[in-house]
Design a protein around this ligand. Structure first.
Ligand code: NAD
Length: 255
């Protein structure tokens, strides 16, 4: 008997989601990937699709290769299959054209999903049953947000899909600055990681408090933080705006 969920592409994103589905006993999952990058322990992958038909097909290959990757299993996908894409830029119209009659969900998760701390934006016009299935799949990996407008995906991808990379880049920069200020690299890395994770946890715990207020609570008038922010803040907002704009433009181009 075929597994109810097929995962096409088990790399950084597909592997993160698979880890959560296994942890939440949502399997069995058939993994289709000739060269899986992130296969959880005890799971096997196949280069070719299994026999039969899945209830759910999750597309987690790169947007540039999805049509070729999906070609071998197109005949096995029909109106009873829910097709879920996590691919940047690929629209539900593209997916509906490739999988005629199937229910389609478009989703944009992020890699903290691997530890159940992701956030996934979702969109479907396929109705309540599809929404329920999408909610179950992605709430296993963290928070979910349903979009009313598919057009929001480019900006969502640029903010929360790519966003973890911006935060990791900030950790790298903070640690490098610590080394430049005289700290040993191991100490600077430890301080930078713990500061970002601690600040993020505080922002989550104090969800009702604006981020600007949390910032003010660190900033003594005439103190060290004020001196640092006077350098950081004027450039930060335009830099982040340009960053998100470039990522959103790339999402549109991938589509
Ligand atoms: N990495 C992220 O943070 C992230 C976040 C949200 C969405 N996404 C989306 O997830 C998708 C995958 O991204 P990723 O970062 O996991 O990439 P990845 O390179 O880590 O994984 C892609 C996987 O696809 C496999 N693959 C390639 N050709 C295949 C084929 N013909 N058949 C089956 N599998 C094949 C590769 O072997 C690899 O394991 C992309 O569409 C991306 O837009 C990624």
């Amino acid at each position: 008997m075929t597994a109810p969920i097929w995962l096409l592409g088990c790399g950084h994103m597909g592997g993160a989601l698979l880890a959560r589905w296994l942890a939440e006993d949502m399997g069995p999952v058939a993994v289709i990937d000739p060269n899986p990058r992130l296969l959880p322990d005890g799971v096997e992958a196949s280069a070719v699709p299994p026999d039969g038909r899945p209830d759910v097909l999750v597309l987690a290959v790169k947007p540039q290769v999805w049509r070729a990757a999906a070609a071998p299993l197109l005949a096995q996908i029909g109106p009873m299959t829910l097709v879920v894409s996590v691919m940047a830029g690929v629209t539900t119209a593209d997916l509906a054209a490739a999988f005629p009659g199937a229910a389609i969900i478009r989703a944009m998760p992020n890699t903290p999903s691997a530890i159940g701390q992701g956030v996934t934006a979702l969109f479907t016009t396929a109705g309540d049953l599809a929404e329920g299935a999408g909610e179950a799949l992605f709430s296993a990996a963290g928070a979910t947000v349903w979009l009313a407008d598919e057009g929001d995906f480019d900006a969502v991808t640029a903010v929360s899909g790519s966003g973890p990379a911006y935060v990791f880049a900030f950790i790298e920069a903070l640690a490098a600055a610590g080394v430049a200020a005289g700290l040993a690299p191991v100490l600077a890395d430890r301080l930078a990681r713990a500061t970002v994770t601690g600040a993020a946890a505080l922002a989550a715990a104090e969800a009702a408090v604006p981020a600007a207020e949390l910032r003010t609570r660190v900033t003594s008038p005439g103190g060290t933080t004020a001196a640092g922010l006077a350098v950081l803040q004027p450039g930060l907002a335009p830099l982040v705006a340009a960053t998100v704009s470039a990522a959103a433009a790339r999402s549109r181009a991938l589509g």
